[in-house]
Design a protein around this ligand. Structure first.
Ligand code: HEM
Length: 409
């Protein structure tokens, strides 16, 4: 099998323009089959051809079905509002008791499941965990829980019904969604928090930004996450720098016919085309000599600074597979870190902060997970805000988080 690796930043648009000739849908269907444990009938649906859409209509139409529910606007505001409330509850619980440790067992086996390589032998624990997750989703759908769910949940469900997915397969297909939602959000949130709290000066700068968004009235402190998204430019820059510095994602396409890329490079039918994010994120021409350093202000814009080439930022991928969940995930992460830093003080339990390695990171994710936990002593902040009653809101907006050029209107 031929592999074509796209390292040149300038060639990326040429790949992304050829939506069906250099297509992600066949790989999406394969990944779905191997990871979700679909029945033979559901497998047929994943690869079927629909007139006017072509082969692999399920993944192609799936994107169209869910996009309107996660694009900035009232439907996204609804799920963001709920997630911000959940984050606020977790922070409230943390404020009153020590946190609990949770262990995720599904993810380590994803690569084995993706490759379909003796999964019952090599990814036994993951297969068992998958069955538990499918059982839970099955109960949810059978008891019509989705009818009370968000527009996003309803769109997921309706797409499957429209495509002819039935029975337990409806629940199995949710596994793909769980992977997309959890596997990148958790390590990204970890690193944004880590980089914000492990440096006294950075913490102080970010705190100042968040406190400027707080409205204090008597004993109540109200924090509007919409304002955090719009005005905490250092926190936002840290999120983006995390995706650059810790990003390990590779966009993949399959050549569905012979194609002369950019009129110069012959890509043979069946070849796999890869755009490794790491290559772009370590580009000296784009990011300069400090490319190997984590610079928390790298993405803070200013009239004096040259704009960075947007094509060389692949934190959320690009082209037709650009992550549709980016506004939701960014809002949730910013809400979590903003609230954590205004309510708590942090100290390493070691003499100094230890920067976790990422040598064992699971390559199925787009963001490297740390190899080990970081122990932190968390106490209520000594600033005057500790004793306040917190009211966390999301006033809503038609604007998303300003991570990519596409998102800045
Ligand atoms: C910080 C968290 C996240 C990161 C870093 C992230 C990153 C990515 C990346 C790099 C891609 C692949 C792009 C490509 O192949 O070019 C992607 C695709 C995708 N993401 Fe995310 N993601 C995150 C959160 C989410 C969330 C919360 C959701 C769901 C609400 C989501 C849904 C998806 C879906 C459905 C795709 C496939 C898009 C397609 O094939 O058209 N992601 N994401």
């Amino acid at each position: 099998m031929r592999l074509y690796i796209i390292n040149s930043t300038e060639l990326i648009p040429a790949v992304q323009r050829q939506v069906r000739i250099l297509d992600f849908a066949p790989l999406e269907a394969k990944a779905a089959m191997n990871v979700m444990g679909a029945s033979p009938k559901a497998r047929e649906i994943l690869v079927k051809e629909v007139e006017g859409v072509g082969k692999f209509s399920y993944p192609i139409l799936f994107d169209k079905a869910i996009h309107p529910t996660v694009t900035p606007g009232p439907k996204l505001d609804d799920i963001n509002r709920l997630s911000v409330q959940k984050v606020a509850e977790i922070i409230e619980t943390l404020a009153s008791q020590a946190p609990r440790a949770l262990k995720l067992k599904f993810e380590p086996g994803i690569i084995t499941l993706l490759l379909g390589f003796f999964p019952s032998l090599l990814a036994k624990e993951s297969l068992q965990a998958r069955e538990h997750i499918v059982d839970a989703f099955n109960d949810y759908f059978v008891s019509r829980g989705h009818e009370e769910g968000s527009a996003f949940v309803k769109a997921h469900y309706q797409h499957k019904i429209d495509q002819g997915i039935t029975g337990r397969d409806i629940a199995s297909f949710e596994i793909g969604g769980v992977v997309a939602i959890m596997s990148n959000t958790i390590p990204t949130a970890f690193w944004v928090l880590y980089h914000t709290i492990s440096d006294r000066d950075i913490l102080s700068e970010c705190r100042k930004e968040v406190i400027a968004c707080c409205e204090i009235s008597g004993d109540t402190c109200t924090l509007d996450i919409t304002q955090v998204k719009a005005s905490c430019s250092i926190l936002l820059s840290i999120l983006k720098e995390v995706l650059r510095y810790h990003g390990i994602g590779t966009s993949i396409r399959i050549a569905t016919e012979d194609h002369l890329l950019d009129g110069k490079h012959l890509l043979k039918k069946g070849g796999i085309v890869m755009i490794p994010g790491i290559v772009q994120h370590t580009s000296i021409p784009v990011y300069g000599d400090s490319v190997n350093e984590f610079q928390h202000r790298r993405f803070v814009g200013s009239p004096q600074r040259k704009r960075l080439n947007a094509l060389a930022f692949r934190g959320f991928g690009g082209g037709t597979t650009l992550c549709p969940g980016r506004h939701f995930a960014s809002t949730e992460i910013l809400a979590f870190v903003a609230l954590a830093i205004v309510r708590f003080d942090f100290e390493s339990t070691q003499d100094d902060w230890i920067f976790p390695t990422t040598l064992n990171a699971n390559m199925a994710g787009s963001v490297a997970q740390p190899d080990h936990d970081v122990e932190v002593r968390v106490s209520l902040t000594t600033s005057g805000l500790a004793g306040k009653t917190w009211n966390v809101v999301l006033s809503g907006s038609s604007e998303g988080v300003r991570i990519l050029d596409e998102d800045i209107r």
